[in-house]
Design a protein around this ligand. Sequence first.
Ligand SMILES: [Zn+2]
Length: 287
Amino acid sequence: MKNSKTEKRQLKKRHLILSILVVLLTGILFFRTLNYFRQVIIEAPTASLKKGPGIEYSQLKTLKKGSRITIIRSKYHWFYIKTSDNHFGWIADWNLATKERNQIDDLADATIVLDPGHGGADSGALSANGRMEKTYTLKVAKKVAASLRQRGAKVYLTRSADKYVDLEPRAQLSNNVHADAFISFHFDSSPVENGASGITTYYYHQKTSYSLAKSVNSQFKALSLENRGIDFGDFLVIRANNFPSILLEMGYINSSRDFEQINSASYRNQVASDVVRGLKAYFDSKN
Ligand SMILES: [Zn+2]
């Protein structure tokens, strides 16, 4: 009697060990299979493996078309990956097939290019007392940049100091980083002093940019200057841009009424917070 009980117990024990082993092996197989299916293939002729999630990071290695990689995690338009020969690093999602790319539907995951108009030798338009447009475009863009970064977005500025930058490279930056949104900041000027007043939102490519123009423009409700609405505008920085891009004219610098606003930090802060809210609404509307 005693012996048979012990035997039964041992059999049960063996059964348990066997069951655990089967579960373990199935688990390993499952994760291996899962891992295999998380592998993707480089579609671009060559892809740069970078140290961090951005074109500004140094390159670790070049991956050839057809290379099989395993995605570990993603940030912005970037994937942290493992190569088949066990190298780790970041690659841009535009090196992969369209269906593999990141869908950006959150401001915290967005890549945004801000373009403070003019700079350096190019002063932009002038106020009645000779104040320069380039000074104010930079102030607003920097304010927006700080706020967006605080919300986790990846922000590039076409200039962050008072220096001259051509128009083509401004649009090119947006094209290079595959910007989810590009915003150019300007202040208007009318042929005669005090000839016009108000703010205007411009887009060039209806298909890619109108919804961005709408999201941002609809936030300009509490501003002290009249919202003149959305309009088509043939500006190079938005015309040569392959990604959603708009140009904002945030008041007439040669209107004394508008300049009083442009010159006040509270007006500029309001503009900045409206732009950020507009961007948030734009990305929220994508999911
Ligand atoms: Zn301008």
